[in-house]
Design a protein around this ligand. Structure first.
Ligand code: NA7
Length: 746
């Protein structure tokens, strides 16, 4: 009924095509906020929604136990400050029905349903070069002609096919968590199989175990889960939001994950064992998943060893709850770092496996061979069941957008074609060749690695603000350039290298769907940084975008928005914020004092097997060195390391944390050597010392624990070799010649 009213209101009886400035696909968090902002900005907009009501992911995912796993105080709109007063969440982590009610409440409050055609799928969308508009064919009602086409389709809304032989031949009820029946399912007295142990299954399994006569859980990959400890919303957070809502929300917007928590700067090895355990237990007791992911120590998400400490503490917890040691071991994740795959919040998940009516099948040992009319068969066993629940997840991030295929841009180019080897976007917002086509929380944006609502609001604001600016300037199309898109792809890959996400096969990387191209799809650099980059693109004249309009000259400020490696960028950004004096203005003594003071404040480097201070024969007499030996048994290859400092500053200990890291990661001996400085010792003194150090190490490699005279190499900090004078170039060349004659790469 609702659907008919809406469609007829929009239909154009003259040609069966409905016209609007903007078409929005999806009526979840993103779609609703888009419709709100577009209407306020004076654009005509049509929402197209497959479901018969608002809610998006919260409309479809109605399985028992479905909940949010970001605290709901944070998982809420902020665009309407009155909402915080008008709506009160009843729990720390709200249930699906409550979140769905909230979205209905927002839709009513702002009268958004009148712009939405419910029960309507988009069949395809084609860009018409002549009219400069998109034409969308829909499953129901008139086609839509729109200037701008916006995907608010969600990241986890296209359920993944089961990929199991015979899945269609089961004669009993087959349920999918992402498409749960609206009137519920009675599982009392039934023999139930649940396939999958991701977030959905981990929420569902304890509830099914209480209802069903028997429950068999088929697990492919164990996950890290921690107790939600649900209850009333956190009083601390409530107090913070109420006392200064603007500051609270602003902190979330600038944070790593979209939740107002600080960045940690203390690294794991700065804490004792007892302190680390205490920090872990605190998060465990509070049931704060985002806290557990980001607040323990700074290296937990970027360093395998820092991460392993958290993972081990989780494993200990599983063993302490699950009584049968074999079951406990099967439930224990060992193939991925904590947080590299989406960890879960649970209520009695591990304890459920102590129940007599629950069995666990390890699909790594006995994969499902087939499903017949009445049973699930592994290679060795047959499980007779009455109901099968597929909790097998989604074709994440790209699935819902590509389901609208073809999205056909300029010259018949399709999005599926562009993304054949993995999604390509600029800022996760747009793709080259697809004018006026936007994605909210698309691949390449922080999206699923963040509090979605915060990311959605940022995206919607960015997009609608651009449409307003374009209208004011007379532009009718906007599109990213190939250069900008390629640059963003490289930046995404650089960021992914810094985190541990690349070390796990997950839906973040496309590994859960057969044949899907692999690669970390969300932006891993964090919500605050990402927001800054989007703003920077605007400040730099819409860098990376081409804009056209009928009566205005084309504008194209081509380029890449981020050209530095993310870690270099972060360090330079921090230094810029400190507003330090130019080092060359301090004089040699002043600069040395400054560097010493600066280094005293940095985190202590990670422990290695052994650190030995010694003296080598420099060109003009004894000089100091510091040797870093790996924990592993030697002999090791040796690296002679020249510290940075522009020939003027530093000593063998000034790159200490870096040398430790180099030693640990490369499993090589690092020998950081001092050399005499300018201006007291004019060039090429330092280079001569460097050469002497190289010779000394080559001669003494075996006694230092190295593999032998020919198994060593040279390394150095860039400053040591930057902008060399002619004299220094000659000296460096001498060192290189000497090195080439006596070294071989390990
Ligand atoms: P997930 O997290 O993708 O979980 C799906 C689970 O199903 C996971 O354990 C998969 O194992 C398993 N799976 C998938 N395909 C199969 C087949 N063919 N056979 C056996 N097991 C399979 O989806 P969820 O719905 O739980 O959660 C999605 C997100 O929604 C969640 O992270 C929250 O952000 C909200 P795998 O790990 O791939 O080996």
């Amino acid at each position: 009924m609702l659907q008919e009213q809406t469609a007829s209101r929009h239909a154009n009886p003259n040609n069966g095509v409905q016209h609007a400035d903007v078409a929005v696909v999806g009526a979840g968090f993103a779609g609703l906020y888009l419709l709100y902002r577009l209407r306020k900005a004076g654009f005509t907009a049509i929402g197209l929604e497959a479901a018969d009501d608002v809610g998006g992911t919260w409309y479809w995912n109605r399985y028992p136990g479905a909940r949010c796993d970001i605290q709901t105080i944070d998982y809420a709109y902020t665009f309407d400050p009155e909402l915080d007063k008008a709506w009160t969440w009843s729990e720390k982590y709200a249930t699906q029905p409550e979140i769905l009610r909230y979205l209905g409440f927002v839709a009513d409050r702002h009268d958004l349903r009148r712009d939405i055609r419910f029960g309507t799928n988009v069949i395809n969308g084609r860009w018409n070069e002549g009219t400069g508009r998109w034409l969308l064919r829909t499953s129901d009602g008139p086609s839509v002609s729109c200037r701008h086409y916006i995907m608010a389709t969600g990241c986890l809304s296209s359920p993944k096919p089961p990929e199991i032989v015979g899945a269609g031949s089961f004669s009993g009820p087959v349920l999918t968590t992402g498409r749960w029946p609206h009137d519920g399912v009675d599982l009392a007295g039934k023999r139930v199989a649940v396939i999958g142990t991701g977030s959905s299954a981990i929420q569902l399994i304890p509830i099914v175990a209480e209802q069903a006569a028997e429950l068999v859980v088929f697990q492919r990959t164990p996950n890290f889960a921690m107790p939600a400890r649900n209850g009333a919303p956190s009083p601390d957070r409530l107090a913070q939001v109420r006392s200064d809502p603007a500051a609270y929300r602003a902190q979330a917007r600038q944070s790593l994950t979209g939740v107002p928590l600080p960045m940690q700067s203390v690294v794991s090895w700065q804490f004792t064992d007892a302190e680390r355990r205490e920090r872990f237990e605190k998060m465990w007791d509070e049931g704060d998943l985002v806290g557990m992911l980001t607040q323990l120590w700074a290296d937990q998400g970027v360093d395998v060893d820092g991460n392993a400490i958290v993972a081990d503490l989780f494993r200990e917890k599983i063993r302490s709850v699950v009584r049968d040691p074999e079951t406990a071991e099967t439930l224990t994740p060992r193939d991925h770092p904590f947080g590299a795959k989406r960890p879960c919040l649970d209520t009695n998940y591990y304890a459920t496996f102590n129940r007599p009516n629950v069995a666990l099948v390890d699909l790594r040992k006995e994969p499902i061979a087939s499903i017949s009319a009445t049973a699930i068969h592994t290679a060795t066993r047959k499980f007779d069941v009455d109901v099968i629940v597929f909790a097998t997840g989604f074709d994440a991030m790209t699935g819902a957008v590509l389901a609208l295929n073809p999205v056909e841009g300029r010259g018949g180019r399709t999005l599926a074609g562009l993304w054949a080897e993995g999604p390509k976007t600029y800022l996760g917002l747009m793709a080259a060749g697809f004018p006026n086509f936007f994605m909210i929380t698309g691949p390449g944006s922080p999206s699923v690695l963040s509090n979605m609502v915060v990311s959605i609001e940022q995206h919607v604001d960015w997009v609608v603000d651009r449409l307003i600016d374009m209208r004011a300037a007379g532009f009718t199309t906007i599109e990213p350039t190939e250069t900008a898109m390629a640059g963003w792809e490289r930046h995404l890959a650089d960021c992914a290298q810094v985190t541990l996400h690349r070390l796990a096969n997950t839906w973040y990387t496309g590994a859960n769907v057969l044949g899907k191209p692999q690669g970390v799809m969300p932006y891993t650099g964090g919500v605050g940084l990402y927001r800054g980059i989007c703003d920077e693109a605007v400040q730099r004249g819409l860098l990376g975008f081409r804009l056209t309009g009928p009566n205005v000259p084309e504008q194209c400020n081509d380029g890449e928005i981020v050209r530095l490696q993310p870690d270099v960028r972060a360090v330079l950004g921090l230094l810029a914020q400190m507003n330090l004096p130019a080092i060359e203005s301090l004089g040699a003594a002043g600069a040395r004092a400054f560097v010493e003071q600066f280094n005293a404040g940095r985190p202590f480097g990670r422990p290695v097997g052994e650190v030995v201070d010694g003296v080598y024969d420099g060109a003009g007499g004894p000089l100091r060195y510091r040797l870093y030996r790996p924990e592993s048994e030697g002999p090791h290859p040796v690296v002679v390391y020249y510290h940075g400092g522009g020939w003027v500053l530093g000593d063998e200990g000034s790159d200490d944390p870096f040398c430790r890291d180099l030693c640990r990661r490369s499993d090589m001996i690092i020998i950081s050597v001092d050399y005499r400085h300018a201006p007291e010792h004019r060039f090429p003194t330092a280079a001569e010392d460097g050469l002497a150090a190289a010779r000394w190490v080559a001669t003494n490699a075996a006694s230092l624990g190295g593999r032998g005279a020919r198994s060593w190499s040279l390394a150095g900090a860039p400053a040591a070799t930057s902008r060399p004078s002619r004299a220094s170039s000659r000296a460096i060349a001498a060192v290189r010649r000497s090195a080439a004659s006596c070294s071989s790469a390990p």
